[in-house]
Design a protein around this ligand. Structure first.
Ligand code: CP
Length: 318
């Protein structure tokens, strides 16, 4: 595995190996010496062309825990603001012997584009591209679910909200189906679900929240991605919360031990009540903590396997 660009195309064994590897890194957070030398001497560049709080900081921390040197390119003050092309920026960073690019971009396919043009010694990790994929987020979500439920296989999972514009939902659906979830449900207004057939998505579709969460083990809430809504349906926040906002009352039809998740950032009072977000079933902050261990696992897998194999001869995922 050289690049980590999407969940699609990855098999259950590989996903499980990454989750198992992350278990090992989780205990490191509590250890007196928190660093391991797995990426010592490597240079990892964070290229965030779009805003981020959780993903960027946990990637930085994860790289430091792996003993890598980290470059955080500030796009707004970099030469891209003077008209330098993305490829020229990459070539310049490669000239500094960067070993890995962690890329977030508002355009779907941006990480794949960079991976196609990267020098043979460079690995690329997708930290979220447009509406397409956010594979490391879905892996930390699977990790969090597995820690609470033992395994993904057999679970009923509901994903609620703006499925149409959500790269997180796409990657979660793919990971859940690969890892053997019994049923993946999406719950949303008709205007916020992709037009393709549910079977093509690998989900069951619901338009009623209470009905959709009934008997579920895991409820994943999503934000309305207004920055990607370029026309068409723009629900009012009040109306959306009235129909699709998660409250304690609506959660009552889920299993009694159901957990509530959200990739963040949360819009309180829009997709969920604060009472639920901060309540006993919420594992939202745990997701953030787990992101560190999971990103360590993914980065060390890509850098370790790729370099041990002699740069580029290992399996690639694109
Ligand atoms: N979940 C997520 O990607 O959050 P950030 O946008 O803060 O990175």
């Amino acid at each position: 595995l050289r690049h980590f660009l999407a969940i699609d195309g990855l098999d259950r064994t590989l996903l499980t190996d990454i989750l198992d590897r992350a278990e090992g890194f989780l205990s490191l957070a509590r250890a007196p010496v928190k660093k391991v030398p797995l990426c010592r001497g490597k240079i990892i560049a964070n290229l965030f062309f779009e805003n981020s709080t959780r993903t960027r900081t946990t990637f930085e921390l994860a790289a430091k825990r792996l003993s890598a040197d980290v470059l955080n390119l500030n796009i707004s003050t970099s030469a891209t603001a003077k008209g330098e092309t993305l490829l020229d920026t990459l070539r310049n960073l490669e000239a500094m012997h960067v070993d890995m690019f962690v890329v977030r971009h508002s355009d779907s396919g941006a990480a794949h584009f960079i991976a196609r043009h990267a020098a043979p010694h460079v690995s690329v990790i997708n930290a979220g591209d447009g509406c397409h994929a956010h594979p490391t987020q879905s892996m930390l979500d699977m990790f969090t679910i597995r820690r609470h439920k033992g395994e993904i296989a057999g679970l009923k999972v509901a994903i609620v909200g703006d499925i149409l514009h959500s790269r997180v939902a796409r990657s979660q659906i793919s990971a859940l189906n690969t890892l053997g979830a019994a049923e993946v449900r999406v719950i949303a207004p008709r205007t916020l679900i992709p037009a393709c057939a549910p079977e093509a998505l690998g989900v069951r579709v619901f338009h009623d929240l209470r009905e959709g969460v009934a008997d579920c083990d895991v409820i994943i809430m999503l934000r309305l991605q207004r920055e990607r809504m370029t026309g068409g349906f723009l629900p009012s926040e009040h109306e959306y919360f009235f129909l699709f906002g998660l409250t304690e009352k609506r959660l009552a039809s889920a299993k009694p031990d159901a957990i509530v998740m959200h990739p963040g950032p949360i819009n309180r009072g829009v997709e969920m009540d604060s009472e639920v977000a901060d309540g006993p079933r919420s594992v939202i902050l745990e997701q953030v903590s787990n992101g560190l261990a999971v990103r360590m696992a993914i980065m060390s897998t890509c850098i370790g396997a790729h370099h041990a194999a002699g740069q580029g001869t290992e399996r690639e995922v694109a």
